[in-house]
Design a protein around this ligand. Structure first.
Ligand SMILES: Cc1cc2nc3c(=O)[nH]c(=O)nc-3n(C[C@H](O)[C@H](O)[C@H](O)COP(=O)(O)O)c2cc1C
Length: 171
């Protein structure tokens, strides 16, 4: 698929086929896209936690009660380690930026594989961190379901975005 078509066609999917898991080979291709993402000073301060087992899915699903979230056959959690990420002289830590870039690489790779994703921030942090036994120095900024869309799913296809001339400044 043409890169710009891919960017245009990706949209948040909120309708997953619960009975169709993703083959390991495809999952590996998608997660490898995250592995190749840039990070400050190439620190790669991340772990990609893929939740696929029945028991762990049940525990993690409790962090976000939406019905479509309950259907997804996989949930990806990108965990960051704040002690491994790059820190600037003034204390700025690049962890959130690094993790967002990795997540975006993964989300675009999933789109290329015709697999739906949806960034989720509105989860219950306590439930999620307990479900995955998050350690003290570890952080999470976003998670996404990974799954094929249900049969009959139609993309909305209408990107509501501000026009370029409103958001570009050339000085
Ligand atoms: C950082 C971030 C957090 C988001 N959190 C949620 C969320 O908790 N629940 C949800 O349904 N969508 C969430 N979204 C999806 C946005 O609503 C969506 O990306 C936006 O409306 C644009 O639509 P599109 O992704 O279909 O292009 C989130 C997106 C981002 C980038």
């Amino acid at each position: 698929m043409d890169f710009y078509d891919l960017i245009r066609s990706r949209e948040s999917v909120r309708d997953y086929d619960p009975n169709r898991t993703i083959d390991d080979i495809v999952l590996n291709r998608i997660l490898n896209a995250g592995r190749l993402a840039p990070s400050a000073c190439n620190k790669q301060p991340w772990t990609f936690l893929l939740v696929s087992s029945k028991e762990r899915l049940e525990a993690v699903r409790a962090c976000y009660k939406k019905s479509w979230f309950q259907q997804a056959p996989h949930i990806l959690i990108i965990i960051g380690d704040e002690t491994k990420s790059w820190v600037r002289y003034d204390g700025y830590n690049s962890i959130e930026t690094d993790l967002a870039i990795a997540m975006d690489h993964i989300i675009l790779a999933a789109e290329y594989e015709n697999i739906g994703t949806c960034w989720i921030e509105e989860y219950d942090f306590k439930i999620l961190s307990d479900a995955i036994s998050l350690k003290e120095n570890e952080v999470i900024f976003s998670i996404t379901p990974l799954g094929y869309q249900n049969k009959g799913y139609q993309k909305h296809g209408n990107k509501k975005r501000n026009p370029l001339e409103e958001i570009i400044k050339i000085i």
